[in-house]
Design a protein around this ligand. Structure first.
Ligand code: NI
Length: 138
């Protein structure tokens, strides 16, 4: 394992107080772990901005009685089968369905997929959650 490096940070005392209160509330054991997570968050955001290969998770909720909607959702996923790693369908009640679709691809391509699917008529709610393949992070 590569040895960790240490560095000092100058910070306004009030900012430090707020940071310490926040990371304690979030359950971090120490500042170092919180700062490592913030750096990784920055790097993953940059991967998305640079249109690198990333992982996206799209979650949608819809009523499967809506005319042609289940077929449209299925057809759309077949058109993008190369980017879809996995999907999960949950019957929430007698009419509402939740679908989670995990995708791997260029950030722009995944964003377009999410925008089009979430924007499909009849989809009640949809979100895109972005993460990394992990291959570029130590
Ligand atoms: Ni269902």
């Amino acid at each position: 394992m590569t040895e960790a490096v240490r560095f000092g940070v100058s910070i306004h005392p009030e900012l430090q107080r707020k940071f310490d209160a926040l990371i304690e509330a979030k359950g971090y054991q120490n500042r170092s772990e919180a700062i490592r997570d913030l750096i990784r968050k920055f790097l993953v955001e940059q991967e998305w901005q640079d249109d690198e290969e990333i992982i996206g998770t799209v979650t949608i909720v819809y009523n499967h009685h809506t005319r042609e909607l289940p077929d449209t959702v299925t057809e759309f996923q077949h058109q993008h089968y190369r980017s879809i790693l996995s999907s999960l369908h949950v019957h929430l009640d007698v009419e509402n369905c939740l679908e989670v679709i995990v995708l791997r691809g260029r950030a722009g391509e995944i964003r377009r997929f999410a925008d089009r699917l979430i924007g499909t008529k009849g989809i009640k709610h949809g979100t895109l959650s972005g993460t990394t393949t992990g291959s570029k992070l130590p």
